[in-house]
Design a protein around this ligand. Structure first.
Ligand SMILES: Cc1cc2nc3c(=O)[nH]c(=O)nc-3n(C[C@H](O)[C@H](O)[C@H](O)COP(=O)(O)O)c2cc1C
Length: 188
Protein backbone atom coordinates (compact mmCIF):
# COMPACT_ATOMS: atom_id res chain seq x y z
CA UNK A 1 0.00 0.00 0.00
CA UNK A 2 1.27 3.51 -0.82
CA UNK A 3 2.52 5.94 1.83
CA UNK A 4 0.78 9.31 1.83
CA UNK A 5 2.54 12.55 2.89
CA UNK A 6 0.15 13.96 5.51
CA UNK A 7 2.03 17.22 6.15
CA UNK A 8 4.22 18.20 9.09
CA UNK A 9 1.77 18.59 11.96
CA UNK A 10 2.87 15.66 14.07
CA UNK A 11 2.09 14.03 17.38
CA UNK A 12 3.81 11.46 19.54
CA UNK A 13 1.74 8.29 19.95
CA UNK A 14 0.85 8.00 22.77
CA UNK A 15 1.74 10.85 25.10
CA UNK A 16 2.02 10.58 28.86
CA UNK A 17 -0.33 12.67 30.99
CA UNK A 18 1.12 14.44 34.03
CA UNK A 19 0.15 17.30 36.31
CA UNK A 20 2.84 19.95 36.72
CA UNK A 21 2.77 22.06 39.88
CA UNK A 22 4.49 25.35 40.61
CA UNK A 23 4.06 28.29 42.95
CA UNK A 24 2.93 31.43 41.15
CA UNK A 25 2.98 34.76 42.98
CA UNK A 26 3.09 32.80 46.25
CA UNK A 27 0.18 30.45 45.41
CA UNK A 28 0.31 26.82 44.25
CA UNK A 29 -1.00 26.11 40.76
CA UNK A 30 -1.36 22.96 38.69
CA UNK A 31 -1.63 22.27 34.96
CA UNK A 32 -1.84 19.16 32.84
CA UNK A 33 0.99 18.43 30.43
CA UNK A 34 1.64 15.78 27.82
CA UNK A 35 4.92 17.06 26.40
CA UNK A 36 7.15 15.52 29.04
CA UNK A 37 10.14 13.22 28.83
CA UNK A 38 13.04 11.69 30.74
CA UNK A 39 16.29 13.26 29.53
CA UNK A 40 19.30 12.02 31.46
CA UNK A 41 20.03 9.25 33.92
CA UNK A 42 22.76 10.75 36.12
CA UNK A 43 21.91 13.36 37.21
CA UNK A 44 18.27 12.38 36.65
CA UNK A 45 16.78 15.03 34.38
CA UNK A 46 13.23 15.50 33.15
CA UNK A 47 11.97 17.94 30.52
CA UNK A 48 8.54 19.47 30.16
CA UNK A 49 7.45 21.83 27.43
CA UNK A 50 4.91 24.45 28.51
CA UNK A 51 3.43 27.30 26.53
CA UNK A 52 5.33 30.35 27.70
CA UNK A 53 2.08 32.11 28.69
CA UNK A 54 0.93 29.28 30.97
CA UNK A 55 0.45 30.36 34.56
CA UNK A 56 2.43 27.33 35.74
CA UNK A 57 5.35 28.32 33.53
CA UNK A 58 5.43 31.72 35.21
CA UNK A 59 5.81 30.00 38.60
CA UNK A 60 8.67 27.83 37.36
CA UNK A 61 10.47 30.92 36.07
CA UNK A 62 9.84 32.72 39.40
CA UNK A 63 11.10 30.00 41.75
CA UNK A 64 13.20 27.56 39.73
CA UNK A 65 11.33 24.54 41.07
CA UNK A 66 8.36 22.40 40.04
CA UNK A 67 6.56 19.19 40.83
CA UNK A 68 5.36 16.51 38.42
CA UNK A 69 2.56 14.15 39.47
CA UNK A 70 1.44 11.08 37.52
CA UNK A 71 -2.30 10.53 37.69
CA UNK A 72 -3.75 7.05 37.53
CA UNK A 73 -7.02 6.47 35.67
CA UNK A 74 -8.76 7.34 38.93
CA UNK A 75 -7.51 10.93 38.62
CA UNK A 76 -8.38 11.37 34.93
CA UNK A 77 -11.14 13.88 35.68
CA UNK A 78 -8.84 15.93 37.91
CA UNK A 79 -6.08 15.84 35.28
CA UNK A 80 -8.46 16.94 32.55
CA UNK A 81 -9.77 19.77 34.72
CA UNK A 82 -6.23 21.06 35.35
CA UNK A 83 -5.84 21.32 31.57
CA UNK A 84 -9.10 23.15 30.96
CA UNK A 85 -8.64 26.38 32.88
CA UNK A 86 -5.82 28.77 33.65
CA UNK A 87 -4.65 29.44 37.19
CA UNK A 88 -5.07 33.19 36.67
CA UNK A 89 -8.82 32.59 36.11
CA UNK A 90 -9.56 29.87 38.63
CA UNK A 91 -7.97 28.51 41.82
CA UNK A 92 -7.33 24.93 40.67
CA UNK A 93 -5.47 24.16 43.91
CA UNK A 94 -8.86 24.05 45.68
CA UNK A 95 -9.52 20.70 44.02
CA UNK A 96 -6.16 19.24 44.95
CA UNK A 97 -4.73 17.89 48.18
CA UNK A 98 -1.25 19.37 47.97
CA UNK A 99 1.83 17.77 49.38
CA UNK A 100 5.38 19.03 49.57
CA UNK A 101 8.64 17.16 49.66
CA UNK A 102 11.96 18.76 50.50
CA UNK A 103 11.68 21.60 47.98
CA UNK A 104 9.68 24.70 48.90
CA UNK A 105 8.25 25.52 45.46
CA UNK A 106 7.46 22.11 43.96
CA UNK A 107 3.84 21.35 44.87
CA UNK A 108 2.66 17.83 44.14
CA UNK A 109 -0.77 16.20 44.01
CA UNK A 110 -1.44 13.86 46.94
CA UNK A 111 -4.21 12.01 45.05
CA UNK A 112 -1.73 10.97 42.33
CA UNK A 113 0.11 7.77 43.29
CA UNK A 114 3.46 8.90 41.86
CA UNK A 115 5.11 12.33 42.03
CA UNK A 116 8.54 13.89 41.71
CA UNK A 117 10.04 17.19 42.76
CA UNK A 118 12.40 18.98 40.42
CA UNK A 119 14.94 21.77 40.52
CA UNK A 120 15.13 23.79 37.31
CA UNK A 121 18.54 23.44 35.67
CA UNK A 122 17.92 24.91 32.22
CA UNK A 123 15.19 26.66 30.23
CA UNK A 124 15.14 26.37 26.45
CA UNK A 125 13.15 29.28 25.07
CA UNK A 126 11.41 28.00 21.95
CA UNK A 127 9.25 30.25 19.72
CA UNK A 128 6.02 29.36 21.57
CA UNK A 129 6.97 27.08 24.44
CA UNK A 130 9.48 27.06 27.22
CA UNK A 131 11.15 23.69 27.61
CA UNK A 132 12.00 23.40 31.30
CA UNK A 133 14.68 20.91 32.23
CA UNK A 134 14.66 19.91 35.86
CA UNK A 135 16.81 17.72 38.03
CA UNK A 136 14.63 15.24 39.87
CA UNK A 137 15.64 15.48 43.52
CA UNK A 138 13.10 12.99 44.94
CA UNK A 139 10.37 10.65 43.73
CA UNK A 140 7.41 9.79 45.97
CA UNK A 141 5.21 6.75 45.44
CA UNK A 142 2.12 5.49 47.24
CA UNK A 143 2.92 2.12 48.78
CA UNK A 144 -0.08 0.65 46.97
CA UNK A 145 1.64 0.96 43.56
CA UNK A 146 4.91 -0.71 44.58
CA UNK A 147 5.98 -4.29 43.99
CA UNK A 148 9.23 -5.26 45.70
CA UNK A 149 10.07 -1.59 46.18
CA UNK A 150 9.66 -0.52 42.54
CA UNK A 151 6.81 1.18 40.73
CA UNK A 152 4.52 -1.43 39.23
CA UNK A 153 2.83 -0.04 36.10
CA UNK A 154 -0.08 -2.43 36.46
CA UNK A 155 -0.77 -0.98 39.91
CA UNK A 156 -0.05 2.62 38.91
CA UNK A 157 -2.58 2.37 36.05
CA UNK A 158 -1.35 5.44 34.16
CA UNK A 159 -3.19 6.70 31.14
CA UNK A 160 -2.11 8.29 27.90
CA UNK A 161 -3.34 10.87 25.44
CA UNK A 162 -3.64 10.58 21.68
CA UNK A 163 -4.22 13.38 19.21
CA UNK A 164 -5.97 14.08 16.89
CA UNK A 165 -9.15 12.99 18.59
CA UNK A 166 -8.16 14.22 22.08
CA UNK A 167 -8.63 10.81 23.70
CA UNK A 168 -7.38 9.28 26.94
CA UNK A 169 -6.48 5.60 26.97
CA UNK A 170 -5.65 3.22 29.77
CA UNK A 171 -2.72 0.83 29.28
CA UNK A 172 -3.53 -2.03 26.93
CA UNK A 173 -2.41 -5.62 26.89
CA UNK A 174 1.17 -6.64 27.67
CA UNK A 175 2.83 -7.70 24.41
CA UNK A 176 6.21 -8.90 25.63
CA UNK A 177 9.44 -8.22 27.48
CA UNK A 178 11.54 -5.22 26.44
CA UNK A 179 15.19 -5.80 25.45
CA UNK A 180 14.19 -9.38 24.86
CA UNK A 181 11.57 -10.16 22.24
CA UNK A 182 13.77 -8.66 19.48
CA UNK A 183 16.47 -11.24 20.14
CA UNK A 184 14.80 -13.58 17.64
CA UNK A 185 16.25 -11.30 14.91
CA UNK A 186 19.83 -11.36 16.24
CA UNK A 187 22.35 -13.02 13.90
CA UNK A 188 23.96 -15.07 16.63
C1 LIG B 1 -4.31 16.21 28.28
C2 LIG B 1 -3.72 17.59 28.21
C3 LIG B 1 -2.39 17.75 27.92
C4 LIG B 1 -1.83 19.03 27.85
N1 LIG B 1 -0.49 19.17 27.57
C5 LIG B 1 0.06 20.40 27.58
C6 LIG B 1 1.48 20.56 27.41
O1 LIG B 1 2.24 19.59 27.28
N2 LIG B 1 1.98 21.83 27.39
C7 LIG B 1 1.17 22.92 27.56
O2 LIG B 1 1.67 24.06 27.55
N3 LIG B 1 -0.16 22.80 27.75
C8 LIG B 1 -0.72 21.57 27.79
N4 LIG B 1 -2.06 21.43 28.01
C9 LIG B 1 -2.89 22.65 28.20
C10 LIG B 1 -2.75 23.23 29.62
O3 LIG B 1 -2.90 22.22 30.60
C11 LIG B 1 -3.84 24.31 29.81
O4 LIG B 1 -3.60 25.38 28.88
C12 LIG B 1 -3.90 24.82 31.22
O5 LIG B 1 -5.08 25.59 31.34
C13 LIG B 1 -2.72 25.69 31.65
O6 LIG B 1 -2.91 26.04 32.98
P1 LIG B 1 -2.14 27.24 33.71
O7 LIG B 1 -2.28 28.48 32.84
O8 LIG B 1 -2.87 27.37 35.03
O9 LIG B 1 -0.72 26.82 33.87
C14 LIG B 1 -2.64 20.18 28.08
C15 LIG B 1 -4.00 19.99 28.40
C16 LIG B 1 -4.54 18.72 28.45
C17 LIG B 1 -6.00 18.55 28.81
Amino acid sequence: MAKKNIGKDFNIYPMPVVIVGSVVDGKPNFMTAAWVTKLNSDPPLVGVSLGNKQHTAKGIRQNGEFGISFPSVDQAVLADYCGLVHGYDENKAEHVEIFAGALEFAPMVWECPLSMECKLTQTVELPHDHFFIGEVTSVYASEAILSEGSVDAAKLRPFTLTMPGNTYWALGERIGEAWSIGKVLLKS
